[in-house]
Ligand binder design. Structure first.
Ligand code: ZN
Length: 107
């Protein structure tokens, strides 16, 4: 079975990966657009895709940091909204989940 320590380790590894990815994306997004018009259009499209990827990475980073904080506090595995236990299967699928499935769905 997963121990909280294992989960924390996995989350930190994922966090490092995401941080690296965001840094890389930041760097790519800062490149000046190519002067050639056709390539400029492609650059703009891939720029949008990179921005979307960067945004989702940043969201995940924020969720991981929140989960790590809750591990430190000892409240990991308890729904942040209703206080119910978060199902183990859910935590295995989404280790940084801080809400139970009902709250995550319904808000
Ligand atoms: Zn809940």
């Amino acid at each position: 079975m997963d121990t909280t320590t294992d989960i924390a380790e996995a989350l930190r590894a994922r966090l490092a990966q995401l941080t690296k990815r965001v840094e890389q994306l930041d760097e790519d997004l800062r490149q000046p657009l190519n002067a050639d018009f056709a390539e400029q259009a492609t650059d703009m499209e891939s720029g949008e895709a990179m921005e979307a990827l960067e945004e989702s990475s940043r969201n995940e980073i924020a969720q991981i940091l929140a989960a790590l904080h809750r591990i430190e506090e000892g409240s990991y595995g308890t729904c942040a909204s209703c206080g119910a236990d978060i199902a183990k299967a859910r935590l295995r699928a989404v280790p940084y989940a801080i809400q139970c499935i009902d709250c995550a769905r319904g808000g």
